[in-house]
Structure formats: structure tokens, C-alpha cells
Design a binder for this molecule. Structure first.
Ligand code: NAI
Length: 340
């Protein structure tokens, strides 16, 4: 009898789910900006992800083609494409479990990420407004730059709608640790899979702070200077090489897919102790007036479970942090002000 009772309880939870979101929608993943330079390869990588049951592609243009193309790949997820026509964003976002946002313009040579603010701020605000309405409980992964400002814009817009959940809003800084791992491994002739570099702060120039002392490797002062600079400004190498046609797209897609997979593993895959860096609401530098900060975070079923402390840092790294904090504060304030 007891068994039957337990079984009926399980059934009723499942039934409830199927009425509100349907079990399959628990891992509906939406990509907003899906037809872009990042959006396309990112969607390709997500089509291969076994946690994704429905890949929902939204962009203002070209998503029907991208969706038709990806839908022929024989993995077990359905693909749908949506555009701005007929309020496509509603169908794209409705009941999504996770939403990745690489929508907006990328840099051209000579531009900083902040130069993108005027165009991307309103794009991100409008996406947040739609998300607040159609999938307020989703996990939101913000790739659109300047991340240091677009994350606050997204948060403030969700707050206005009364649906902000700080555990589920992530600025994607994964590319910084991917680059750091690769660059350090080149200098030390190691396999990058064995090189983990903690990178904290934000996602632009001096706000990117690699903690090379925590790798356990030894560096000369010259190596430290060169590696720190390369990790902070690695994005510029790609912008210059692409010569006006965009910024990192393929490495970013790789990094975005890694982060999305980690969130999926923690939230629907039942995996414990999933650790990734992310720019999240954090009180680490609250005393300095910095509301969002990137450190490693442990991801759990509800999203951000634990924000890791910065840990032991050298004087060299303290100096980097002291330059990052005021710049971050400015970027965050700019985002907050825009959203007001
Ligand atoms: P892209 O121009 O190739 O693609 C952007 C896509 O967004 C386009 O397809 C465009 O139609 C779409 N879009 C524009 N407005 C939209 C809206 N309101 N709703 C939905 N889609 C919209 O640019 P790319 O190279 O894919 O870069 C996208 C963003 O990602 C840029 O802001 C770039 O700076 C940023 N980025 C972030 C990185 C990070 O580490 N977080 C790394 C590299 C780029």
C-alpha cells in the first residue's frame, strides 16, 4: 500500500510537470541570436548535447534555414526556428529551461566592448522583457557584450517585472578561462586539459584577472606580464585577424557550449560539484560597491549554489584586482542606469 502511495505521489509530480511545462520541455534550450557568428556553431554544439530535448532557435533573421539544416542531424532533439515575425520570440522562449543569448553586434578593430553598449544594451533589455514574460524561471546565459553591463541590464529588467532570480543569471566568461588554459599550456608545453586557470573579475580588458599563482606553476615576471596581457586582451587578436568581419565566434561557441552543458548537467543531469567561472550577482566586492563579479561558482539543481572565494592571491594579482574593481563598478553602474 505504502509503495502505491509513493508511486502515486511520483506520478502526480510528473503529471503536474506535464501540465505546466511538459517533461520534455525541462530541457528546452533556446538560443537568441542563433543565426549569428556565435549562434550557429553554438547551436550545432548544442544539437549534439544529450541533455537538450528541444533546441529552439531565435533570431531576427535567417533562423528557419539554420533550424532546417540542424534538424537533419540524427540526435534525439527537436529543432525549431523562430523569427521576429508573428511574435516568434514567444514560441521560442515559452517554457525554456535554459536560454543562451549571443544576440547583438560584435567588435571591429579598435573597438572596446563598451563601444558596443549603445547597440546591444537595448537588444538585451528587450530580450529580458520577453524572457520575463515567457520563461521567467529559465537559466539565462548572457554572451552579448559588454557582459559587465548587459548582465546588470538583464537583471534590472527582470527585477522590474518582479521575476529576477540571481541564481539563474550568468554572464558567460568561460572563453577567458579557455584562452587562459590554452595560452599557459603553450608557454609551459603542457596539455591544456591539465592546466586550469582561475580567472576572476569581469569580461573586458583590465577587468579580466587571471590568478596564475593558483595554477601551481612557476612563472617569471616576464611570463606573468605577457600571459596576463594576452589573457586580458586575447579577444583583440581575433578581432584584428578577422579584420572587420567580427570577433571570436568559434572559440566562443565552444566556450558557450561548455558552460551551457555544465548548467544542464547540474540542473537536469543530477551531477554534483559542477564548477565553472561566471559573472554573477555576488557580494565578494560589495563593500566596494561592486554588485556582480566573476569567480568560480558551484552549480546545483537550482543554479548558482555556491560562490567561491577569491582565495590566496599574490601582490601582483592584488594590483590587478585593484585596477579591475573601479572599472567594473563603472560598467555595472552604466548597465543599471540604462535599465532604469
Ligand atoms: P553576429 O553579428 O555574427 O551575430 C549576432 C546575431 O544577433 C545576428 O544574427 C543578429 O541578427 C542577431 N540579433 C540582433 N538583434 C537581435 C535581437 N533583438 N534578437 C535576436 N537576435 C538579434 O555577432 P557574434 O559574433 O555572434 O557576436 C554576438 C555577441 O557576442 C556580440 O555582442 C559579441 O561582442 C559577443 N561576444 C561575447 C563573448 C564573450 O566571451 N562573452 C565572446 C565573443 C563575442
Amino acid at each position: 500500500k505504502r509503495k502505491m502511495f509513493a508511486a502515486s505521489r511520483v506520478f502526480s509530480t510528473a503529471a503536474k510537470r506535464s501540465f505546466s511545462t511538459s517533461a520534455a520541455n525541462l530541457s528546452k534550450v533556446a538560443v537568441v541570436g542563433a543565426a549569428g557568428g556565435i549562434g550557429q556553431p553554438l547551436s550545432l554544439l548544442l544539437k549534439e548535447n544529450p541533455h537538450v530535448t528541444h533546441l529552439s532557435l531565435y533570431d531576427i533573421v535567417n533562423t528557419p534555414g539554420v533550424a532546417a539544416d540542424l534538424s537533419h542531424i540524427n540526435t534525439n532533439s527537436k529543432v525549431t526556428g523562430h523569427t521576429a515575425e508573428n511574435n516568434g520570440i514567444e514560441a521560442a522562449l515559452k517554457d525554456a529551461h535554459l536560454v543562451v543569448i549571443p544576440a547583438g553586434v560584435p567588435r571591429k578593430p579598435g573597438m572596446t566592448r563598451d563601444d558596443l553598449f549603445n547597440t546591444n544594451a537595448s537588444i538585451v533589455r528587450d530580450i529580458a522583457t520577453a524572457a520575463a514574460k515567457h520563461c521567467p524561471n529559465a537559466h539565462f546565459l548572457i554572451i552579448s557584450n559588454p557582459v559587465n553591463s548587459t548582465v546588470p541590464i538583464f537583471a534590472e529588467t527582470m527585477k522590474k517585472a518582479g521575476v529576477f532570480n540571481p541564481k539563474r543569471l550568468y554572464g558567460v566568461t568561460t572563453l577567458d578561462v579557455v584562452r587562459a588554459s590554452r595560452f599557459v599550456s603553450e608557454v609551459k608545453s603542457l596539455d591544456p586539459k591539465d592546466v586550469n586557470v582561475t580567472v576572476i573579475g569581469g569580461h573586458s580588458g583590465v577587468t579580466i584577472v587571471p590568478l596564475l599563482s593558483q595554477t601551481g606553476l612557476e612563472f617569471t615576471k616576464e611570463e606573468l606580464d605577457a600571459l596576463t596581457h594576452r589573457i586580458q586582451f586575447g579577444g583583440d587578436e581575433v578581432v584584428q585577424a578577422k579584420n572587420g568581419t567580427g570577433s571570436a565566434t568559434l572559440s566562443m561557441a565552444f566556450a558557450g557550449a561548455r558552460f551551457a552543458n555544465s548548467v544542464l548537467e547540474a540542473t537536469v543531469g543530477g551531477k554534483k560539484n559542477v564548477v565553472e567561472p561566471s559573472f554573477v550577482q555576488s557580494d565578494i566586492f560589495a563593500a566596494e560597491g561592486v554588485e556582480y563579479f566573476s569567480t568560480n561558482v558551484t552549480l546545483g539543481p537550482e543554479g548558482v549554489e555556491k560562490i567561491h572565494a577569491v582565495g590566496q592571491v599574490t601582490d601582483y594579482e592584488k594590483e590587478l584586482i585593484s585596477k579591475a574593481v573601479p572599472e567594473l563598478k563603472k560598467n555595472i553602474a552604466k548597465g543599471n542606469a540604462f535599465a532604469q
